[in-house]
Design a protein around this ligand. Structure first.
Ligand code: UDP
Length: 450
């Protein structure tokens, strides 16, 4: 009997990172590998959702840390320091029990879990980096680091609207961190470390050639290792359950009662928040648009307050059955629902892929990280959405929602989004780029086993 071949996955403890890693685990499991997930205790995935995986919680000592957005860098540093030794011990044990547990063929780690390569090197295990964002974002990091080494930062305000040379159509204001006044050295060090693949022998990317051919071919030149772009992971592993927050499925019943393409889905992902004024203006704008909407308002996402406590007085009565508000939605199911005709999104990479792969056009309201790069893709490259720019006021909200959900322009946009959906489908079909890359990846990992 052949021995089991184990792949050890190390996700980063944020929803937008855990999701693609667990999906990748399901993809590799279907390709015949046994999956071990070594994860921090903070934001631990639910083992019940993946009964075939083995889960190794790594003590991280961040239970008492401040987990607000401003302190996330510290939390991540602490996790990278504290998880290292327990991970090394666990792996050493796994490797001792080859006859029982199967052979560990490689470790696949999220690009920001920077402790992994040291551990793997000391145990002589091969590693593969998993990148949960676009290849264009990776190139944006490189530009940013170049600007810094050439002492060009901070850039003058007037340059922000210009296109970055050799990086069309991305503008300086789309680049990560450039809108921040002062970028701490520490953050740069971290970016540099997480961008560098060290001794890793390959990169797995949640993207695909059909939508990012140009930038993928350029990153292939930058990193002299095989790159496997096998996205969109969520479509390659459709049953993988990955939510850290309980999904409110009642909204699906509500969607069942709505007309096709009539509902605007509004969600800003797992980290981005709104201030009270923006919430109010969005609420009044949605009322003014007279369109049905499904709105995710996470607990504490508005000034740390409870769920929807800060909505305008009498909001429920005004919207009646025309709106549905939840703390957390089963987003992939929502975007697949025939009633959903548009997505107001912060443009996290997962949300962007999930929307476009269902042919749902977008209203983009990016905030930080890769969200502006993704927005530029949506608005200027794939032409499947508009950006909501400037301050959020009720008139602009009403206008852009009406444009997408009611006007002829919105209907055209929906057609373009459906064309993009077909590109996604093509990539996964037999002979498509993601299909072929997955076969190559499976073979590649098999060659790593001794
Ligand atoms: N998500 C969800 N329900 C919600 C909001 C978000 O399931 O109500 C999921 C969404 O499907 C996506 C992930 O959370 O897979 C968010 O990842 P993304 O990269 O879009 O943004 P981030 O949260 O990292 O900013």
């Amino acid at each position: 009997m052949s021995r089991r071949r184990r792949v050890v996955l190390v996700p980063a403890p944020f929803q937008g990172h855990i999701t693609p890693m667990l999906q990748l685990g399901s993809i590799l499991e279907s390709s015949g590998f046994s999956i071990v997930v070594a994860h921090s205790e903070y934001n631990a995935p639910d083992p019940l959702n993946h009964s075939g995986f083995m889960f190794l919680p790594l003590p991280d000592n961040v239970a008492d840390c401040d987990k607000t957005f401003m302190n996330m860098m510290n939390v991540l540093d602490t996790i990278n320091i504290n998880c290292k030794l327990p991970f090394q011990d666990y792996l050493a044990q796994l490797m001792e029990n080859v006859e029982v547990d199967g052979e560990v063929v490689c470790i696949v780690f999220d690009t920001i879990m920077t402790f992994v390569n040291d551990v793997a090197n000391s145990l002589q295990l091969p590693t593969i980096v998993m990148r949960p964002f676009s290849s264009a974002y990776s190139r944006a990091h490189e530009y940013l680091m170049d600007l810094r080494s050439e002492n060009c930062l901070p850039l003058p305000e007037c340059q922000m609207g210009e296109t970055v040379p050799n990086f069309h159509p991305f503008k300086f204001k789309d680049m990560p961190l450039l809108l921040t006044n002062e970028i701490p050295d520490r953050l740069f060090e971290f970016l540099k470390k997480s961008h560098d693949i060290g001794s890793s022998c390959a990169i797995i990317w949640n993207t695909m050639d059909e939508i990012e051919h140009h930038h993928l071919s350029l990153v292939q030149k930058d990193f002299q290792v095989p790159i496997f772009s096998i996205g969109p992971f969520h479509k390659m592993a459709p049953t993988s359950k990955t939510s850290l927050i309980e999904e409110d499925n009642n909204c699906i019943e509500w969607l069942d009662k709505q007309a096709p393409n009539s509902v605007l889905y509004v969600s800003l992902g797992s980290i981005t928040s709104m201030d009270e004024k923006e919430l109010m203006e969005t609420a009044w704008g949605l009322i003014g648009s007279e369109q049905p909407f499904l709105w995710v308002i996470r607990d504490k996402s508005v000034n740390g307050a409870k769920f929807n406590s800060q909505l305008p007085d009498g909001f429920d009565e005004i919207i009646g059955n025309r709106g549905c508000i939840v703390k957390w939605a089963p987003q992939k199911k929502v975007l697949q629902h025939s009633a959903v005709g548009g997505f107001w999104s912060h443009c996290g990479w997962n949300s962007t892929l999930e929307s476009i792969s269902e042919g749902v056009p977008m209203i983009c309201r990016p905030d930080f990280s890769d969200q502006r790069i993704n927005t530029r893709y949506v608005t200027d490259v794939w032409n499947v959405g508009w950006e909501m720019e400037g301050p959020v006021d009720r008139e602009s909200v009403e206008k852009i929602v009406t444009k997408l959900m009611v006007d002829v322009e919105g209907k055209d946009m929906r057609k373009k989004a459906v064309d993009m959906k077909h590109k996604f489908q093509d990539s996964m079909k037999e002979g498509g780029s993601s299909f072929l890359c997955l076969n190559e990846l499976t073979e590649f990992i098999s060659t790593l086993s001794g």
